[in-house]
Design a binder for this molecule. Sequence first.
Ligand SMILES: [Zn+2]
Length: 204
Amino acid sequence: MNKSNGGKQRCQKDTIIPNTNPSPEFRGKVQKMTTETGEQKGLQQTLEERGFNVNRKRAKCAPVCPWENDDCCMARILSKQDDFTNQVSMLETLIKEAGHECIFLPKFHSELNPIEMYWGWVKYRYRQVQKKIFEDAKQAARAALNSCPVDVIRRFINRSWRFMDAYRVPLSGKAAAWAVRKQKGHRTISQSAMMHLDAIVHPT
Ligand SMILES: [Zn+2]
């Protein structure tokens, strides 16, 4: 979204101002995201209609500010409003409309995502290949992407399952990594590995 109304910006759906809105008088009200003249509403008007005073705020931080920030810029304030936080993305909508499930893995936990291991595998092999021109690079990328054997991919998936299993116990990051290493080849972490770990973590 831009700071001002109109111009080039993405179409936002009309929304209902959530019950957590700081100014109670706006809670539960429908908020149109287009103006009466048919322009897309910008950040400023959207926030002002919710009772925020954003006179001295910038539109967005550059570089982009961390999610933990509350009110450094208009974009961050709006992204923290419950209706925007819980907004379903275009990608998710597209996937669901095609009849698929869309599951998000926790951020910053690449060990839960087999595709990260696959990327790693592919990148390592891609780097081994001599590339003189861009066409070589494209070919090398395709070749590396296609060369990962199915049983290796299965091992990546297994590894992620073991991490999920360990976190469910719940083990901390380090303990989970240890348990996963100890349990090569099984989808779940065995009882005996858990007891072993328990003895290390809580010595009697
Ligand atoms: Zn910011």
